[in-house]
Design a protein around this ligand. Structure first.
Ligand SMILES: Nc1ncnc2c1ncn2[C@@H]1O[C@H](COP(=O)(O)OP(=O)(O)OP(=O)(O)O)[C@@H](O)[C@H]1O
Ligand SMILES: [Mg+2]
Length: 526
């Protein structure tokens, strides 16, 4: 039990003797005591002294003890009140207990009874305080838990709301109970029209919903009651199909299904990109086929000349041999003819193999590319075209150019496109200069194709790299060369720029990073 030390006790009694004697007794027992001569004074003392226990007489002039008890219980509910009744006032005592007095003692006050009553009042007081502390503690814990719970729920709500994927949740009966913003955006619904109203079935065609249910129950897509990366089609608010990738899981409570959660990803953008990539690849291929067409004509000429030479030498040698055994003085002459045949054959074979390399419908093949090699091959392939067009070729190709990483075939296509454009720009002949050099920081190979042709006007400059932009007469160009070249160089992490002084010269410059790697998107059809 708590000690009596310093416990504040107020005694309210209209009889001075009783007040004093009781006070003395209590002070002796270790209490801190104050007294009041009537109810009103007693209440005023309660205000200032804040007694934990009040002992009040019942019969007093003015406010009686029952009123004092009632008022104290209202205003200072923690205070314990002991009432002192005259012997035989059982009814009053019962009334006092009903009003939550902690005890009653009869007058004349018996010290022992008073001490017992005080002891009980202290016990009640202490217990009530403990209870209060405990309740406060519980309330604090409860409010903390509630706050944590609220925070968790709010966080989860935000998570669901801000997810890029559409999230749709249904209860056990199939009713939609979660429908996040992405879902609204993808399907054009307002969630108010959907939540607790629509069922999952609403978002599928009949056939698709049946397939979805069967596959969800089966184990072929990530296990029973699960679907992973499953392609399906939803219906938007106009019942238009929207291709989706879906992951779904049936939520279980024990062994009973309690709902389904579905995550959707809109495939329209991906399909569009795939289409764009296919289109790009088609354009790339188309451009290449065009280049090939032109090349074929020029290569046929290019091969025809050496072949005619070879044929001449062989015929000459055959004629000589028909006349009889080869006289020794002819040996050296024949060796000379054969050397020429060898050189010419070699030239033909180089042209043919360059054309073959270029024309091969090869997948994107990334590897080290020697710029010197592809420049040489381009020259071999374009030579006849240059000769026909009265174009002189000048080369300024640095020694020991570093290899770059990329697709040789595609880069070759770029150079041929630029060379053909240059030749087209010099209908009356001119000079084509091919130069290549490397630059440090960042490690780059710079290739320039320069011509002395008619040049490019300012108004055409900004359209140059647009697909199908051409200034050439019908049948002479479709405007794919530069856009294709731009795409290829861009995927190699490089840049393609043009500069022109109309009437004087035009320079196309390709810059390729030495360490860069090509992004293998489209072009595998090229
Ligand atoms: N070296 C150049 N000098 C002047 N104009 C050029 C030069 N290179 C390109 N152009 C201009 O840029 C346009 C687009 O070139 P691009 O190579 O894309 O298409 P094209 O040559 O017209 O047709 P394609 O290459 O598909 O046969 C050309 O029509 C031409 O007007
Ligand atoms: Mg072109």
């Amino acid at each position: 039990m708590t000690t009596t030390d310093g416990w504040p006790v107020l005694i309210i009694d209209d009889e001075q003797d009783i007040r004093e004697v009781t006070a003395l007794t209590l002070v002796d027992a270790g209490y801190r005591v104050e007294t009041a001569a009537d109810g009103a004074e007693g209440l005023a003392r309660c205000e200032q002294f804040a007694p934990r226990i009040v002992i009040t007489d019942i019969r007093m002039p003015g406010m009686d003890g029952i009123q004092v008890l009632e008022t104290i219980k209202q205003r200072f509910p923690d205070t314990e009140v002991i009432v002192a009744t005259a012997f035989g006032e059982m009814e009053t005592a019962v009334r006092a207990l009903q009003l939550d007095a902690s005890d009653f003692i009869t007058k004349p006050i018996h010290t022992e009874a008073l001490m017992v009553a005080l002891e009980r009042a202290r016990h009640r007081y202490a217990t009530r305080q403990q209870l209060k502390d405990y309740t406060r503690h519980l309330e604090k814990g409860l409010s903390r838990t509630t706050r944590q719970l609220e925070e968790t729920v709010a966080f989860q709500d935000r998570l669901i709301e801000s997810s890029m994927d559409g999230i749709l949740g249904c209860d056990g009966s199939g009713k939609v109970i979660t429908f996040n913003r992405s879902m609204e955006q993808m399907l054009g619904f307002d969630r108010a029209e959907v939540l607790h109203r629509a069922t999952l079935e609403r978002f599928f065609s009949q056939v698709e919903f049946r397939r979805f249910q069967e596959d969800l129950a089966a184990s072929g897509h990530g296990g029973p009651n699960r679907l992973m990366l499953y392609e399906t089609c939803l219906l938007d608010h106009r019942r238009q199909p929207v291709p989706m990738q879906l992951s779904a899981v049936v939520l279980m409570e024990g062994d009973q299904p309690a709902g389904t959660v579905c995550f959707f990803r809109d495939l329209r953008r991906i399909h569009r990109l795939e289409q764009e990539m296919a289109d790009q690849a088609r354009l790339l291929h188309q451009d290449k086929m065009m280049s090939l067409g032109r090349l074929a004509a020029s290569v046929a000429h290019e091969i025809n000349n050496p072949l005619a030479g070879i044929l001449n030498y062989i015929r000459l040698m055959l004629r000589t041999m028909k006349k009889g055994p080869l006289p020794p003085d002819k040996h050296a002459q024949f060796a000379g003819y054969l050397a020429l045949v060898e050189t010419e054959t070699d030239r033909c074979s180089k042209i043919v193999s360059s054309l073959l390399t270029f024309s091969r419908r090869s997948p994107v093949s990334v590897g080290p590319v020697s710029i010197t090699e592809i420049l040489d091959r381009s020259i071999v392939l374009a030579r006849h075209r240059l000769e026909l067009g009265n174009v002189n070729l000048a080369t300024r190709i640095a020694n020991h150019l570093p290899d770059i990483r990329g697709d040789a075939n595609q880069l070759q296509q770029c150079l041929l496109n630029l060379i053909f454009n240059a030749v087209d720009a010099m209908p009356d002949g001119g000079t084509l200069t091919l130069s290549a050099a490397s630059e440090p920081n960042p490690n780059t190979v710079v290739i320039q194709v320069t011509d002395t042709g008619h040049g490019i006007h300012e108004k055409d400059m900004r359209h140059l790299f647009e697909p199908f932009y051409t200034t050439k007469q019908e049948g002479h160009g479709i405007g794919l060369g530069l856009s294709t070249t731009y795409g290829i160089i861009d995927r190699h992490g490089g840049s393609l720029t043009a500069a022109s002084q109309p009437g004087r010269e035009t320079i196309f410059e390709i810059r390729l990073p030495v360490q860069a790697s090509i992004s293998t998107s489209p072009g595998d059809a090229a």
